[in-house]
Write a protein that binds this ligand. Sequence first.
Ligand SMILES: *Cc1c(COP(=O)(O)O)cnc(C)c1O
Length: 372
Amino acid sequence: MKRVRPLVQKLRAYVPGEQSRIKGLIKLNTNENPYPPSPKVLAAVKAAVDGRLRLYPNPTAQVLREKLAKLHGCSPENIIVGNGCDDILAMACRAFVEPLTAPAKPLDAPAPARSVVQFFDPSYSLYPVLAAIHGAHAQAVPLADDFALPSLAELKKGGQWDFRAALTLVTTPNAPSGRGYSTAELERLCRAQKGVILLDETYVDFAEENAMALALKYPQVLVARTFSKAYSLCFQRVGYCVGHPELIGGLHKIRDSYNVNGLGQVAAAATLDDQPYYQANFRRIGATRERLSHGLTALGFRVCPSQTNFIFAKPSVLSAERWLQKLRDRKILVRWFGYPSVRDYLRISIGTDAEADALLKTVRRILGECRG
Ligand SMILES: *Cc1c(COP(=O)(O)O)cnc(C)c1O
């Protein structure tokens, strides 16, 4: 007897970047911040570790939501906090998308808009997995080779884009390419969408512009953020989403009762109290990004312009897959995605300057070996 649902049996689970414990490894594969959280954040977390761990945390992360509301000039009713941004994305599928009931008839008919989760290819590779878990239709719409945001005319002409899709997920700046999108072009897309459009601003602190204002202007627009990458807090799992109280209220109804752990709430709240520390890190990471981009370009890599804490680069001489292995053999971990639109690229997280230097040195050595 099969005890696991057929949908789950067929599911191809998301594969996160390797969390290796190899000693001396240079880890540039999951876009973690190379710098630790602020000393004030560490102190706040330590101070919270006592007998109170026996208590449930605040179910809605009230203190954190109030601080975030102040930061973004809105009300706590405009905000929901999640167990990482991934939790927000999963909740959005559950709250806004109707699972497919039966196969569409005829078989090649388009899926009904109410069951469509739509996103660009490439973008965050978790999106199709979340759609599949929910039993929804994942609609991947290709980006051009430069990863630019298509215009409305291009989307209409392409014929694949669904302006009525129940949920549209846009990674902005784009991952894995690192390309930034202007608020003006995002606004044109948002205005054209009838269903919910969620702007995943995971990397926005490294970008030139952000689109938070759109979440407070349009009832169908949500903006999701996370403390993981820019705020050095992956371990604590805290993300949030801003939007109209009707959408946010829907998300609150379906979330786990205590979806954000107490120490995470404390750490995130303390993070917001020490912005200058993080601003300095953003500048450092930006400077390292430019150095590494120039260094790799000089070695024949084609590096995409980045507005994130990673770069996307087409390597020279060997295939990207071979580079992944050769770097790994020399204790440098980067990310390679084997799917067709991006298999020629490596995604390299921005670490410290010393890590960038070590990477450049290793690349130079590998190139030297190739040329014999
Ligand atoms: C890392 C990442 C997330 C998830 O962040 P968490 O808050 O750690 O769950 C979401 N979206 C994109 C594009 C990411 O790269």
